[in-house]
Every structure is written in structure tokens, then in C-alpha cells.
Design a protein around this ligand. Structure first.
Ligand SMILES: *[C@@H]1O[C@H](CO)[C@@H](O)[C@H](O)[C@H]1NC(C)=O
Length: 452
């Protein structure tokens, strides 16, 4: 009798363990948000919580008479590239809105709001007039020739904008989408702020669709780093997000019209938002067949057409394959939530994110799990504690980064699961706000599926 009871107990325990997630998604979510705090530019709040970071770039915008302080540094450098920065904000805010329960379950909702407010406030400052939007601070070549702390930069960082004469529909659309998504996230927390964001979002969308052009033709330095190839996808994404925020039928109508002719894209990234627009349009109107086809083509691509590494990473490119697999995972889970190929999509997402967290043989997230990366290509993290000097010698050092950039997702392996954790190996060790954004939202999606 006792033995039977023990069996039953053990059985119940095993069954429970079986339901437990393999990795602590809550911890990953928390750490990813730490990463975004480590990327902050400008005057930091007392509770920023990254001990090796301080105020920096406090003169941004001064030469044009606009306060352009704040925002996030793009990657391991100190550029402020607003196009990928806006994309990261949108992907985070969208994930927060869609998987709000997961953030609340983890006790991280307020922190997540705080996280996106940092860039939303910056974008408000970048939009001082109806048809003017700043899109970059710093010059790539100058910035990249400096290896050191953000806090000690002493070179000139000029600001660049788009205008009626030098338009940027993609940039205006993406910032509009970020602010519209932010306005949804902030609705309960602060109605005034939420409305302010929406007002900027509507103006920016109108700016973008009225004065058509690629932002990287107007802000030409950006073309060396984040060249844009199309703007209809960001405009569709902005329209669809504005529909979510306002429920104005005209936005949905415009998003549909753009989706009707949008070429198929097979990644979700800073540059390609077609699939995200398709998901929002399909959610609003499941009878819109072009959006449905767009989604199923995307799924087919990632399930059947893409190359997989032997250990199972859906491997898009040698440049940050982890980020593409992670953002595709987000797409798959949202599609599953809308009832499309539910089991396959969920399985894909779980496999990919778990690969990144350890199934691939190591963790690709700094400060998390088994054998995490120690030499991410990141200036600030490579510097010893102040007042030690920091320069190219620290870049060349064979030692681990003295600062742990918790939560940063590094690029990823080659097509055979090989990864060399060396600072100079920037192809594999690259990281940035773009890489972490889709990833964080995907982790929130997985947490949602594993809430007990
Ligand atoms: C709400 O947002 C507005 C606009 O940004 C701001 O002025 C105000 O201080 C905020 N209120 C609270 C309670 O945070």
C-alpha cells in the first residue's frame, strides 16, 4: 500500500516535471531587459542598475538646437541608428501587447514599460515638427574607429533627419509603428502619454505615406550599415498597428491595400516587416486571403526551405542567424495563436529558442545557462572598471569581457553549429538591440505557453 502510494507520488512528480519548461524563460526575459538598460544613451536614471554604465552623449542634437539625448546604442558601438532602434522598440512593444500575461506572470510588466519608454521618449524628441524626424546621431566611420567607453566619447556626433524634401517612408513608418504599439502598451498606465504617442504615430504615418522615399537615400551614412530596400512593408506595418491602436477602419483598409501587392518576404527583421503586417491584418480580418497566404508562405519557408544546422538551428545567414531564427519563432507563435498550423508553429519556436538557450550545445545568451559567450563584440563590456583606460588593447585582449552584458544575444554559429567565442570574431559575436528584440518577444511567447 505504501509502495503503491510512493509510486503514485513519483509518477505525479514526473508528470509535473514533464510539464516544466526546460529553460527558465522568466530569467531570460529579465536578463534581456537588463541588456536593453546597458544600451541606454543619455542621462541615466538612478535605478538603471548597470554598474559599469553612466551618463553619456549628453550633447546629442545640440548643433541643431534639438535635444536628441537618450535612446539606445545600436550594438557594441555607440551609434544611434533610429531605423533598427525603432524596429527593436516595435518588436518589443508588440510582444508586450500580445504576451502581456507572460510579462505580468513574471512580474516584469512595469519594467518592460519602463524599457520601451526609454526609446519612445527619445522618438518624441526626434520628432519636433510634423514633417521632420531625426534618424541618426553619429557618423559610422568615426564612431567605429573609437574603441572605448560611451561615457568617455569626446568626438563630434552630428544628427541627421528626414524631411519633405529628403523623405524616409520606411523610417517614418517604423517609428509610427513603434509609437502606436507603445500607445497600446501605455493605455492603462498613463492615458496622457498613450495619447501623446498616438498623436505622433498618426502624424508620422501621414508624413511617411505622403512623401515617399527610402530613408537611407536621405541619410546616406546609414546606407553603409542599415540600408533600406523598400518602404511599403513598414507603411503597411504602421497602418496595421495604427488600426490596432485606434480601430479606425481607414487604417485597416490601407494596410490591406498594401498587403495585396507586397512582395513576399521571408524574414522578420529591422528591414522586413511584411510578415508582421500580415499577422496584424489577418488578426483583424481572417478573410483577407493575401495576408493568410503571406503567413503560410513564411511558415513553409522556415519549416521546409531553409537550411538547418545538424543540431537544429534554422540557419538563415552567417550574420546573426540566432536573431532570424528567434524573430521567425515569434512569427510562428503569433500565427499559432491565430490558429494557423498550431502544433508545427509552436514546436518550431520551442526548438529554435531552446537551441539558442542551450540545446545547440551552449548558451548564446550572455550571463545565462551553460557556457555562455564571454567575448561579445561590445566596447563598453570589454572595458575594465573605471578608472582603467579602455582602448583597442581591450579589443585585442584574449580575456573574457570584464563586464557581463547580461541578456545580450550574440550572433550565433556557422552552418555546422561551430562558434568561436572571440571578440574579434564579430561575425559570430555581434549583438545589438535588433537581435534582442524579436528574441525577447519570442521568449515571452514561450513563457506564456509554460505558465503554470
Ligand atoms: C503621464 O504622461 C504625461 C505625458 O508624458 C506626463 O507629463 C505625466 O507626468 C505622466 N504621468 C504620470 C503619473 O507618470
Amino acid at each position: 500500500m505504501l509502495r503503491l502510494a510512493a509510486f503514485v507520488l513519483v509518477g505525479a512528480l514526473i508528470a509535473q516535471l514533464g510539464e516544466c519548461a526546460k529553460y527558465d524563460y522568466k530569467e531570460v526575459l529579465d536578463k534581456s531587459m537588463q541588456f536593453f538598460r546597458a544600451q541606454r544613451s543619455g542621462k541615466l536614471p538612478a535605478d538603471n542598475g548597470i554598474k559599469w554604465r553612466g551618463d553619456s552623449a549628453l550633447n546629442d542634437g545640440k548643433e541643431v538646437g534639438v535635444d536628441l539625448t537618450g535612446g539606445w546604442y545600436d550594438a557594441g558601438d555607440h551609434m544611434k541608428f533610429n531605423f533598427p532602434m525603432a524596429s527593436a522598440t516595435t518588436l518589443l512593444a508588440w510582444g508586450m501587447n500580445h504576451y502581456r500575461q507572460a510579462y505580468e506572470y513574471a512580474g516584469l510588466w512595469e519594467q518592460a514599460l519602463d524599457s520601451i519608454k526609454w526609446t519612445l521618449d527619445y522618438f518624441i524628441r526626434c520628432h519636433p515638427e510634423e514633417n521632420v524626424l531625426y534618424g541618426q546621431v553619429g557618423i559610422g566611420r568615426n564612431d567605429h574607429s573609437y574603441w572605448g567607453r560611451a561615457e568617455e566619447m569626446d568626438f563630434f556626433r552630428p544628427s541627421f533627419k528626414i524631411t519633405k524634401e529628403r523623405p524616409g517612408s520606411d523610417l517614418a513608418g517604423e517609428v509610427a509603428a513603434a509609437m502606436a504599439a507603445g500607445s497600446i502598451a501605455f493605455r492603462e498606465k498613463n492615458e496622457t502619454y498613450s495619447k501623446l504617442l498616438l498623436q505622433h504615430a498618426e502624424q508620422l504615418y501621414k508624413f511617411g505615406k505622403t512623401y515617399l522615399g527610402l530613408y537611407s537615400n536621405s541619410i546616406t551614412d546609414a546606407a553603409n550599415f542599415y540600408r533600406s530596400y523598400h518602404y511599403k512593408d513598414e507603411l503597411a506595418w504602421a497602418a496595421a498597428m495604427l488600426y490596432q491602436a485606434t480601430e479606425k477602419a481607414s487604417y485597416l483598409e490601407e494596410a490591406k491595400q498594401m498587403m495585396n501587392v507586397l512582395p513576399q518576404q521571408t524574414e522578420l527583421s529591422w528591414n522586413e516587416k511584411g510578415i508582421a503586417a500580415a499577422l496584424l491584418v489577418y488578426k483583424a480580418d481572417p478573410s483577407h486571403t493575401p495576408s493568410k497566404a503571406y503567413i503560410t508562405n513564411f511558415i513553409d519557408h522556415w519549416l521546409y526551405k531553409i537550411r538547418y544546422t545538424p543540431k537544429g538551428l534554422a540557419w538563415r545567414s552567417k550574420w546573426s542567424p540566432n536573431r532570424y531564427a528567434a524573430s521567425a519563432s515569434l512569427v510562428m507563435m503569433v500565427a499559432a495563436d491565430l490558429g494557423i498550423r498550431v502544433d508545427q508553429c509552436n514546436k518550431f519556436a520551442e526548438n529554435q529558442i531552446n537551441y539558442i538557450l542551450g540545446d545547440g550545445g551552449r548558451s548564446y545568451v550572455i550571463g545565462f545557462g551553460h557556457n555562455p559567450p564571454k567575448q561579445a563584440h561590445h566596447r563598453g563590456a570589454s572595458c575594465k572598471d573605471m578608472p582603467a583606460p579602455c582602448n583597442w588593447n581591450d579589443h585585442r585582449s584574449p580575456l573574457p569581457n570584464p563586464q557581463i552584458l547580461f541578456g545580450g544575444l550574440v550572433g550565433g554559429p556557422d552552418e555546422y553549429d561551430n562558434f568561436v567565442d572571440m571578440r574579434s570574431n564579430y561575425v559570430q559575436n555581434f549583438l545589438g538591440v535588433d537581435c534582442n528584440s524579436g528574441f525577447q518577444s519570442a521568449v515571452a511567447g514561450l513563457l506564456k505557453r509554460n505558465m503554470q
